[in-house]
Design a protein around this ligand. Sequence first.
Ligand code: LMR
Ligand code: MN
Length: 430
Amino acid sequence: KYSITSKADYKIRKKLDTADTLFEQGELDEAQKHYERILAKYPDSPRAVYGKAETLNKLAELRQSNPVLEESIETMSRVLQLPDTPDELFIAAGRKLADRQQFRGWGGKAVGTWKQLIQRFPDKLEFQNQLGVSYLMIGQNEKARNAFKTVLEKTPSDGFAQVHLGFIIKTTDNNPQAAIPLMRAGIESGAPGTVDGRFFFQLGDALQRTNQSDEAYRIYSLGAEKGLFLSTYQRSLYNSEGLTGRPWWTPEQTGYVHNLKLLEDNWQTIREEGLSQLDQKTGAFIPEEENLREKGDWKQFTLYQRGRKVEQNCAKVPKTCALLDRIPDATTCKRGQIKFSVMNPGVHVWPHCGPTNCRIRAHLGLIVPPGPKIRVVNETREWLEGKFIIFDDSFEHEVWHNGKDLRLVLIVDFWHPELTQQQRRNLSPI
Ligand code: LMR
Ligand code: MN
């Protein structure tokens, strides 16, 4: 413990050790009393302030209390202000503090903490990397980019900075070509923090978009081997364990036969309402905005998302939403959407995977000219008017529309039928 003990603390080390032992034994109230007693006499004792902050943090966890967590954060930040906090204690406190600030939802404060660490230890590039991650978490991608660039100027082979900078270049700049060498080198470094599904996902995608799909599938199967993906072709990153995964589903397999039939029986009503929203002036379709398209015009009109009704849109297609309201297995699906999807000739949607294995995606054909096709893994199908096709969109799928007229479908996401009611309640929305 020498390395975390200042000269002044050394003189009271017995008291500090006793308090620490109480903390380690889970005697939190007792530990707290001991730290307070030390602080009454030595208010600037780095170890006592740190110990108090740690104890408060444990208490906050046990009581699930934000006020106590905030007091812990406040206390921990004092460790970084004290006149003679030893290096090692300063670093431990800084890491802990940034982590707790992030957890509390104070990403901006976490940024400030990493900056304090960098100021005291400008040569420790790890802190520069963590600063970059903090910036990413609050959506300050340009500042994140600069942090990772700073690292790479000093250590061009830093794998952690490489994957992150590559990730920014891929997702923010939409420049797969430039992202590939960085992400590849980062992943190959095997450095801590680089073996992450998001990086394997984006590297593979960058390769697929630059005509290197053999190479992409090598990355995907490596990711599957490492347990980052459910399989080479099922690459959703928010998964529930143990669910049956198959690319294409029959109505019987879903268990939702009656619900599907209800919508099929009313498909023309649904089509009329969907069509009524296609008018450029009065309609409310909006272009797909997830950067999934290579080219073409593809728009969506959303009725439910994350298990909630989009009231102002449903008001425009009331009969459709009245039908849907009879299908809670779809309308309550917090990990999906229900939406009209209109695709004009000329569209190519890149191969991609949805975010989660917790939903099954059903498409009801409404206007189906010859031309449009959808591939899920290794089987390509076409839509039929008034009929559903059903697939698991966590598996790789790709869409082309090489016909002459627009294609309109209703997309309905259902909870994966094997999820229990309790699981459905507890899963976070996506
Ligand atoms: C997709 O979800 O990727 C597409 O299948 C959507 C669509 O309109 O075909
Ligand atoms: Mn999709």
